[in-house]
Write a protein that binds this ligand. Structure first.
Ligand SMILES: O=C(O)CCC(=O)C(=O)O
Ligand SMILES: [Fe+2]
Length: 268
């Protein structure tokens, strides 16, 4: 396809079609008991499982995280991120193996593969805490994360109320729609990771929308923005192609475990 410039909008559309085809050819059939959950995820771009994990499981996750913190391995514990007001422990399933219970949960794996493809893989996991009240961050701007699947699993280790920095999501906005095309193309054009496939400061804002754009899109296509609150133990799974944003912590703290799933080999 040498006659079509890679950076042209046609070049992007071919890439997107190729990606869709790859997913179509590697379809995964979900178990009958997970069909309803799959329909919800397909309709809304997200699904919430209130208090999915037991107190006993949550305690074992927290014990693993506390032990990892105590070890303070400089390789695995990194404070700071492009987002402000948070700190993270990366490679969580390695440093706190009990958390594998989340990412090898048969329902979670079946559902996400059914949503994306049998080639969908766990890309990374981390623990994140937000404890600084009133600190805004870049991801407070409404955005999508990618034009390819990046399915995110959140497990709440604290209650997450309206004041405790719930993620908000525009239900249904993950679906292909012509308003997305220009933005996805711009993402494709401007978003470049470095030689180690990591974000660079130059591309931090890829996928972000201006507030006036968000307002017109929301009104014109009647999207409802939902704040995902829930009790400790709640699991939230979402397709981060949907418009979403983080919110400022107003009270208490928010502690979550998270994992990202992407099509094999398309990690960012
Ligand atoms: O932390 C949040 O609530 C959402 C952050 C975000 O935009 C993301 O993880 O994609
Ligand atoms: Fe995001």
């Amino acid at each position: 396809m040498g006659f079509i410039a890679n950076d042209s909008i046609t070049g992007f559309m071919l890439k997107k079609l190729d990606y869709k085809l790859k997913c179509r050819l590697t379809k995964h059939q979900v178990q009958p008991e997970n069909r309803n959950a799959l329909s919800t995820l397909q309709r809304d771009g997200c699904i919430v499982f209130p208090q999915y994990f037991s107190d006993q499981q949550l305690d074992s996750f927290e014990a693993g995280i506390a032990a990892a913190k105590a070890r303070e391995s400089a390789d695995t514990i990194k404070n700071g991120h492009i987002d402000t007001g948070i700190s993270r422990i990366f490679d969580l399933t390695e440093v706190a193996p009990a958390t594998n219970a989340i990412f090898s949960d048969p329902m979670v794996v079946d559902l996400i593969k059914g949503y994306c493809s049998s080639e969908c893989r766990l890309l990374k996991t981390f623990y994140e805490e937000k404890t600084e009240i009133g600190v805004p961050s870049q991801s407070n701007n409404t955005h999508f994360d990618d034009w390819r699947h990046r399915v995110k699993v959140w497990v709440y280790l604290t209650d997450v109320t309206e004041q405790q920095a719930p993620t908000t999501i525009f239900l249904g906005s993950h679906k292909d729609h012509w308003w997305r095309l220009w933005h996805e193309y711009n993402y494709y054009l401007h978003f470049r990771t470095d030689e180690n496939n990591q974000y660079t400061p130059l591309t931090d804002y890829s996928g972000m929308f201006w507030p006036h754009e968000v307002e017109t899109i929301r009104k014109r296509w009647h999207y409802r923005e939902q704040a995902i609150t829930g009790k400790r133990g709640t699991m939230f799974i979402f397709d981060s192609r949907a418009l979403h944003r983080s919110t400022v912590l107003q009270q208490g703290e928010r502690k979550i475990i998270t994992g990202y799933y992407t099509f094999n080999g398309l990690g960012l």
